[in-house]
Design a protein around this ligand. Structure first.
Ligand SMILES: *[C@@H]1O[C@H](CO)[C@@H](O)[C@H](O)[C@H]1NC(C)=O
Ligand SMILES: *[C@@H]1O[C@H](CO)[C@@H](O)[C@H](O)[C@H]1NC(C)=O
Ligand SMILES: *[C@@H]1O[C@H](CO)[C@@H](O)[C@H](O)[C@H]1NC(C)=O
Ligand SMILES: *[C@@H]1O[C@H](CO)[C@@H](O)[C@H](O)[C@H]1NC(C)=O
Ligand SMILES: *[C@@H]1O[C@H](CO)[C@@H](O)[C@H](O)[C@H]1NC(C)=O
Ligand SMILES: *[C@@H]1O[C@H](CO)[C@@H](O)[C@H](O)[C@H]1NC(C)=O
Ligand SMILES: *[C@@H]1O[C@H](CO)[C@@H](O)[C@H](O)[C@H]1NC(C)=O
Ligand SMILES: *[C@@H]1O[C@H](CO)[C@@H](O)[C@H](O)[C@H]1NC(C)=O
Ligand SMILES: *[C@@H]1O[C@H](CO)[C@@H](O)[C@H](O)[C@H]1NC(C)=O
Ligand SMILES: *[C@@H]1O[C@H](CO)[C@@H](O)[C@H](O)[C@H]1NC(C)=O
Length: 739
């Protein structure tokens, strides 16, 4: 009896102890990894049921029908969460634009995703992917708040679907464009106003655009003619988001606030986030588990000896914290980490050992001599190979032809730079030297022979275009105009040609207009008209050369502004001159001539159209495209027809005196924007008219305040993260065509 009571008491005590343990565990807020349906949700993420994680890290676990549970973040389905990569995969909605037969208009269905203030950022492993036959689609962050807008154009010449090829997404039926890091807002939209697809409705009823994981996309021509692309994942596509603990900007900052430090596990390490501010945690080497959890669920030592095959131990394995020892069994010697690495340990008599030692010494001497010789030989071969390759590139890019042409032409003021010079000047193409990245190549800042230059690394050029390329170079280097960025020389000794341009210190017209739009700087009408006139003169000069050059990508970010806000047109060179050899569509959404999209043929009238858009931008200070309104050209044409132009113009500049000039400039712009383009004025006429307007008395009255660049940009940016400034700069330059 006593023994029975004793047992009961013990059981009771045990039960109480266990309950207390459990309670204590709860009270400490011990969170666990959890699951929703089939998806593992490791801490710091959690579901709203557990009420464990901070709300920014909480997913809803919803029944999607038939008792199948799936996690959602807002209205976005979450596919998987990776702690090690700091990424989650989600399903992004596909935006579409279809021609509506009954209303005869384009019906757009567009999406946006606002992740401001969440742990997530769009990963730059995604690509903005557009499918369609007469489509301009854009990706942007928040209008007027953010600075980013990019997009691409997808066409099929005269709506001919059969020009598109399976697996190729380079502008025909499909286009893709990369996005920069640091974006936390996504919106996709279409420019429907200039793209009427009524003519190709039968073959390609809809266009699609979505930011998606590019590794999960292979273009198929059936995407154009059927709704297969939209249907594959039920109107959605997989996308990658980068996440991090964003309560501190970096590890260093997090260590100062130890109580909120997220890397709770003892054997964890902190890493700066690779996308945006913040940090992520990882288990130290030799440990696995969840670095965000304390105790047994945190980082645990990996018992390497359990799985000695992957950790390579063929002898006696002994696990130790953070690693393992691997030794040969007793009585043998050698390296146990290689198969059959252990040998029986036996001893030879002293004499034998000495003899063996001597032989080994001789052999080692011999072999090291031989080895040294071989290395020397190899080195010289390698050096020769590099020289030969360098020379081959030179020939491939038409270097010989260029030399001959230069001989014939006499001194053209054009330098052929050596490979070594370029490599030294750019510190071997160090990222720090990059000042711009665009569709045609990357631009580096460098000093050559004490002169500041911009070096442009072209995308590799087409085999068939090499000869033309050289002819273009010879033509380009003779282009001398005060408003055109000067080509100083080139280097043909790389896989891709390098062009060396004069360095223009100041900003681009795009940046100047952005400064104005954000009310940080006032650009007077006089300055605008002068910049317009100078740019028009530069283009007119290019068009009227004996062998005319068509720019093909006229836009504000290609108009550089030198000291005193002097316009200098840039960014031709890697591009083509010949009208008939365009392989890939070229141009920038918003500035591209609708005629070109239909005919797919570059002419000087295309430049006139793009310039007309710039002129509109200068008059209205509005961006050519915005999700929330019609395109600027369409608004302008309507305003001209209805006589409401006054409302569209930039109110900062409208006053009685300048109204006459603004009106005349607007009439000129409307002539530039005529579609089809036959009746557009030539660039020469446009330039003459603008020069006249720029010199008019009334626009000369108001003096332009000087632009103090560095102060302006850095005072403003100081409060936010340092990455934003470079993002802004790069984003502007990346508003380009995808290739
Ligand atoms: C999931 O369920 C929550 C709570 O019932 C609801 O607020 C949310 O809208 C649902 N999400 C989706 C995508 O259905
Ligand atoms: C974290 O550790 C895993 C495995 O050791 C590794 O693959 C991953 O790259 C690490 N992540 C970071 C951010 O270093
Ligand atoms: C086409 O437009 C009409 C009128 O605007 C609308 O009622 C109809 O739903 C649209 N059709 C489709 C397929 O969107
Ligand atoms: C599109 O083109 C068709 C035929 O060319 C025309 O009837 C229709 O009005 C156009 N729609 C728009 C919105 O411009
Ligand atoms: C996105 O979310 C942030 C923070 O919640 C908010 O400030 C911002 O206005 C939102 N943007 C849009 C366009 O809704
Ligand atoms: C592309 O592949 C699809 C099947 O995946 C096929 O139906 C189509 O004919 C192919 N297109 C071309 C141009 O080969
Ligand atoms: C993405 O592609 C990979 C391999 O191509 C495939 O295994 C995976 O299931 C795809 N993921 C999604 C969400 O479609
Ligand atoms: C794409 O798929 C979604 C989901 O099935 C559907 O709601 C949408 O209407 C489809 N869009 C088009 C253009 O077919
Ligand atoms: C993390 O970022 C901070 C500030 O950007 C920097 O000072 C620090 O060196 C970085 N730490 C590591 C480990 O990269
Ligand atoms: C054993 O061999 C491995 C692989 O070849 C090598 O990395 C390691 O340094 C060797 N260990 C010793 C003690 O020689």
């Amino acid at each position: 009896m006593t023994s029975h009571r004793g047992l009961t008491t013990t059981t009771l005590c045990l039960a109480i102890a266990i309950a207390a343990e459990l309670l204590a565990g709860r009270a400490e807020g011990q969170c666990q990894n959890t699951k929703c349906g089939d998806v593992e949700i490791p801490y710091p993420f959690s579901t709203s049921l557990d009420k464990c994680a901070a709300s920014a890290f909480e997913f809803d676990c919803n029944d999607t029908g038939n008792g199948v549970y799936k996690p959602f973040y807002g209205n976005v389905e979450v596919l998987s969460v990776s702690l090690q990569l700091g990424q989650v995969r989600v399903m992004n909605h596909i935006s579409s634009s279809c021609y509506n037969l009954s209303s005869k208009e384009m019906d757009s269905d567009t999406w946006q995703l606002n992740m401001t203030g969440t742990p997530f950022m769009l990963s730059d492993s995604n690509k903005f992917t557009v499918v369609g036959c007469r489509t301009q689609a854009y990706i942007a962050d928040q209008d007027y708040v953010g600075k980013y807008m990019s997009g691409c154009v997808s066409v099929c010449r005269r709506g001919d679907v059969w020009k598109a090829t399976n697996g190729t997404c380079s502008g025909i039926g499909c286009c893709q464009t990369a996005i920069p890091k640091g974006l936390d807002y996504y919106q996709a939209f279409f420019d429907d106003s200039s793209m009427n697809t009524s003519g190709i409705y039968n073959r390609t009823p809809c266009s699609y655009a979505v930011l998606m994981d590019s590794s999960n996309f292979t273009f198929s021509t059936t995407y154009l003619t059927t709704s297969e692309f939209n249907n594959t994942y039920d109107g959605r596509a997989p996308m990658v988001l980068d996440w991090a603990i964003r309560s501190a900007n970096s590890c260093e900052e997090a260590w100062k606030k130890m109580d909120s430090y997220a890397c709770k596990s003892t054997n964890s390490e902190c890493f700066n986030s690779t996308n945006g501010p913040g940090y992520t945690c990882n288990c130290s080497k030799g440990y696995e588990g969840n670095p965000y959890l304390e105790g047994p669920n945190g980082c645990r030592d990996i018992d390497e000896c359990q799985d000695s095959k992957t950790h390579h131990c063929y002898g006696e394995c002994r696990n130790k914290p953070g690693g393992f020892d691997c030794n040969c069994p007793a009585g043998s010697k050698g390296n146990a980490t290689i198969p059959d690495g252990c040998r029986k340990d036996f001893r030879l008599p002293l004499k034998a050992r000495l003899a063996i030692g001597a032989v080994i010494c001789v052999l080692v001497g011999l072999f090291s001599f031989l080895g040294w010789e071989v290395i020397r030989h190899k080195r010289s071969i390698k050096k020769q190979a590099l020289l030969r390759q360098t020379h081959e590139f030179f020939l491939q890019h038409g270097g010989q032809l260029l030399l001959e042409m230069m001989k014939v032409e006499g001194n053209v003021g054009f330098t052929l730079y050596e490979r070594g010079e370029i490599e030294t000047a750019t510190s071997n193409f160090n990222k720090e030297h990059i000042i711009g990245e665009g569709g045609q190549g990357t631009v580096y800042r460098a000093a050559l022979n004490g002169v500041n230059v911009a070096i442009k690394k072209c995308k590799e050029i087409d085999e068939s275009r090499k000869m033309e390329f050289v002819q273009e170079l010879v033509i380009l280097c003779r282009v001398r105009h005060p408003n055109i960025v000067k080509l100083l020389g080139c280097c043909l000794q790389f896989e891709a040609p390098m062009l060396v341009y004069e360095f223009v210190q100041n900003k681009t017209l795009q940046e100047l207009l952005d400064l104005h739009r954000s009310k940080r700087f006032h650009v007077t009408l006089g300055t605008r008209m002068r910049i317009a006139a100078e740019s028009a003169e530069a283009l007119a000069h290019l068009h009227s050369l004996p062998h005319p050059i068509i720019h093909g990508d006229v836009k504000p970010s290609n108009i550089l502004l030198a000291e005193g806000l002097i316009a200098k047109v840039s960014d031709f060179g890697c591009s083509t001159i010949d009208e008939n050899t365009q392989a890939v569509p070229k141009g920038t959404p918003g500035y591209i001539d609708p005629d070109y999209l239909l005919e797919y043929q570059l002419t000087s009238k295309n430049d006139v159209y793009s310039f007309g858009v710039i002129l509109l931008e200068l008059l209205t200070s509005k961006k050519p495209l915005s999700k929330d309104r019609k395109s600027l050209t369409l608004m302008f044409q309507e305003a001209m027809a209805e006589g409401t132009l006054f409302e569209l113009l930039d109110s900062d500049m409208v006053d009685e005196a300048s109204m006459r000039v603004m009106h005349q400039a607007a009439v000129l712009a409307s002539q530039c924007l005529v579609v089809p383009g036959m009746t557009r004025p030539t660039m020469v006429l446009v330039a003459a008219e603008l020069r006249r307007l720029a010199l008019a008395d009334e626009v000369q009255q108001c003096p332009q305040p000087p632009l103090v660049l560095e102060d302006l940009s850095f005072v403003e940016m100081g409060s936010t993260t340092s990455g934003v400034y470079s993002l802004e700069k790069k984003a502007v330059l990346s508003i380009e065509f995808a290739r």
